[in-house]
Design a protein around this ligand. Structure first.
Ligand code: NAD
Length: 500
C-alpha cells in the first residue's frame, strides 16, 4: 500500500492529518505525510483539570465495570489491527509483522487488564493485638500522564492505559512528536470504545496532547498528575524523574538499555545465531531491549562471528511494507548519523567492523537505511557502554562465567540480558543474586520480545520502573493499610502503656 492508502484506511480526517503545523515524516522515504495540530501549553491546565474531574467519577465505578471498557477497547483494537499496524509501519518504519505485533501486544494487555479488574487484591494481615483486624486495600491514585517514545508508538500507551483505567485512573497521553498519527488513530479507537461503553465513562477519561518536551513538562510539573509514566532516553528520564519526585509525584521510568547475551561453550549455536540476529537487527536495532553486546566464550567466539557475518550478509534490507524485508529504515537521518559516528569511535578504540554502511540501492530513496554492524572489540570501552539506538552489535570475549557476568553488568543501564548455555549451573548462576543485574534475565532466549504477562522494566539508568504484567498494576494505585479495633479495649502496639 502507498502512503495515501495507509492513511485513508485509518479513517483520519483531513483536519486530523493536515490541521496544524507539526510536520510528520515517514521513515520509509522521509516524505512529509501530515501536519498535525499541536496542543498549546496554555491548554494544558484545562486538560489536567478535566482529567481530575474525570477521576472523581471514574474512581467510584467498580473495578470490574472499569474493566468492561478495556474489554471493549480490546475488541476495537482487534477490529482495527491491520490498519493500525500499517500506520505503525508508515510512521515508525517497522516491518509489517512487527507493526501488527505491536497492535497484538495492545490486545494482549487489554485481555490481561480485564482479568486484573477482578483481581486488584489486597491483603489481610495478622494483628498483634486481640480483637483487631489489619488489612491492606488498593485505591485509585489519580490522573496518569503517559509520555512515550517513537519506537513503540502505540504499545507503550496501551501498557499504561489498560492498567491505569482498570485501576481507576484517567490517562493523559503525550506521544513522541515523531509519531503523533498513530496516537491520533489510537484515540479514535479509544473514543469508539468509550461510546460503546456508555455514560459511565466521564468526559476526559482518556486525553491526548501533542507536542514536544514542553508539553510533556506541563504534565511533569503538575501536582494534579500524581503518576508520570515516562518511556524514552535516559537523558529524558534524568530530567523528568527528579522533577516528578520534587513535587512528590510518582514516576514510572522506562529508559535506555544496553542489553547483552552471554554465549557459553555448551550453547546451541544454531539457536543462538537465530536469537542474536532477531534481537540485534530486528526493528533495525531500535528496541529498548535490542541486543547490543555479545559476550562470547573465547572457544566459540570466532566461529560465532563467522556465522553471524554470514547471516548478516543475507539479510533483506529495504522497504518495511514488503513482506520479504527484515530490516527497515532507522527513524531518521539523525539516527543514521549517530550510528556512523559511534562506529568511528569504536574503530578508534580498536574495534574491527563488518557492515555498518549506509544503504542506498534497492531501498526507497529518502529513508535512512543501514547495514547492521558487527563490531569486534578488544574490551568493553566507553563507546560500548553507551546505548546507540541503531543496529550495532559489539562482540566481546570471556574465559570464565564470573568474568562474563562482570562484563554484562559493567554498564550504566540494566534493562535486559540473557545467556545461551545448556549447563544448568551456568544458567542458574546467571539468574541468581550474583548473576545478571537487569530487570529481565533470560536463558536460551534473546533479550528482546517480552510477553506482556511479566513485569517489564530495568534497573540503574533504565529507571527502575515496571509496567505491563505481574503486579506492575500496583504502580498505578495507592496502598492503604487499615487497622480495625472490634474489641472494647484500646491496647497499644509493642506493649506501650499510656494509661490516662
Ligand atoms: P526521547 O527521550 O527523545 O523521547 C521520549 C519522549 O520523552 C518523547 O515523547 C519526548 O517528547 C519526551 N520528552 C523529551 N524530553 C522531555 C522533557 N524534558 N520533559 C518531558 N518529556 C520529554 O526518546 P526516543 O528517541 O523517542 O526513544 C528512544 C529511547 O527510548 C531509547 O533510549 C530507548 O531505549 C528508550 N525506550 C525505553 C523503553 C523501556 O521500556 N525501557 C521502551 C521504548 C524506548
Amino acid at each position: 500500500m502507498n502512503h495515501h492508502d495507509i492513511l485513508a484506511a485509518t479513517g483520519l480526517s483531513e483536519q486530523e492529518l493536515n490541521g496544524g503545523t507539526l510536520a510528520v515524516f515517514s521513515p520509509i522515504d522521509g516524505a512529509e505525510i501530515a501536519k498535525v495540530k499541536e496542543t498549546a501549553a496554555s491548554e494544558m491546565p484545562a486538560v489536567i483539570a478535566k482529567s481530575q474531574a474525570a477521576f472523581k467519577a471514574w474512581r467510584k465505578l467498580p473495578a470490574p465495570r472499569r474493566g468492561e471498557l478495556v474489554r471493549i477497547l480490546g475488541e476495537e483494537l482487534r477490529a482495527s489491527k491491520k490498519e493500525l499496524g500499517a500506520l505503525v509501519t508508515l510512521e515508525a518504519g517497522k516491518i509489517v509483522s512487527e507493526g501488527l505485533g505491536e497492535v497484538q501486544e495492545m490486545i494482549d494487555i487489554c485481555d490481561f487488564a480485564v482479568g486484573l479488574s477482578r483481581q486488584l487484591y489486597g491483603l489481610t494481615i495478622a494483628s498483634e493485638r486481640p480483637g483487631h483486624k489489619m488489612s491492606e486495600t488498593w485505591h485509585p491514585m489519580g490522573p496518569c500522564g503517559v509520555i512515550s517514545a517513537f519506537n513503540f508508538p502505540v504499545a507503550v500507551w496501551s501498557w499504561n492505559a489498560a492498567l491505569a483505567l482498570v485501576c481507576g485512573d484517567p490517562v493523559i497521553w503525550k506521544p513522541s512528536e515523531k509519531t503523533p498519527l498513530t496516537a491520533i488513530a489510537c484515540m479514535k479507537i479509544m473514543d469508539r470504545a468509550v461510546k460503546r461503553f456508555g455514560a459511565d465513562a466521564p468526559e476526559g477519561l482518556v486525553q491526548l496532547v501533542i507536542g514536544g518536551a514542553e508539553i510533556g513538562e506541563a504534565l511533569v510539573a503538575s501536582k494534579d498528575v500524581p503518576i508520570i509514566s515516562a518511556t524514552g532516553s535516559t537523558r529524558m528520564g534524568g530530567i523528568v524523574g527528579p522533577k516528578v519526585m520534587a513535587r512528590w509525584g510518582r514516576p514510572i521510568l522506562e529508559l535506555g538499555g544496553n542489553n547483552a547475551m552471554i554465549v557459553a561453550p555448551s550453547a546451541d549455536l544454531d539457536m543462538a545465531v537465530r536469537a542474536i540476529v532477531f534481537s540485534a537487527v530486528g526493528t533495525a536495532g531500535q528496541r529498548c531491549t535490542s541486543l547490543r553486546r555479545l559476550i562470547a566464550h573465547h572457544s566459540i567466539r570466532e566461529e560465532l562471528v563467522e556465522r553471524l557475518a554470514k547471516a548478516y550478509a543475507s539479510l533483506p534490507i529495504g522497504d518495511p511494507r514488503q513482506s520479504t524485508t527484515l530490516i527497515g529504515p532507522l527513524v531518521d537521518h539523525g539516527a543514521r548519523d549517530r550510528m556512523l559516528a559511534q562506529i568511528e569511535k569504536a574503530k578508534a578504540e580498536g574495534g574491527k567492523v563488518q557492515g555498518g554502511r549506509t544503504v542506498t540501492t534497492n531501498v526507497p530513496q529518502g529513508g535512512a537505511y543501514v547495514e547492521p554492524a558487527l563490531v569486534e572489540m578488544p574490551r568493553q570501552t566507553d563507546t560500548v557502554r553507551e546505548e546507540t539506538f541503531a543496529p550495532i552489535l559489539y562482540v566481546l570475549g570471556y574465559d570464565t562465567l564470573e568474568e562474563a557476568i562482570e562484563i554484562q553488568n559493567d554498564v550504566p543501564q540494566g534493562l535486559s540480558s540473557c545467556i545461551f548455555t545448556l549447563n544448568v549451573r551456568e544458567a542458574e548462576t546467571f539468574l541468581s543474586a550474583v548473576g545478571s543485574d537487569c530487570g529481565i534475565a533470560n536463558v536460551n532466549i534473546g533479550p528482546s520480545g517480552a510477553e506482556i504477562g511479566g513485569a517489564f522494566g530495568g534497573e540503574k539508568e533504565t529507571g527502575g520502573g515496571r509496567e505491563s504484567g505481574s503486579d506492575a498494576w500496583k504502580g498505578y494505585m495507592r496502598r492503604q493499610t487499615s487497622t480495625v479495633n472490634y474489641s472494647s479495649e484500646l491496647p497499644l502496639a509493642q506493649g506501650v502503656k499510656f494509661d490516662l
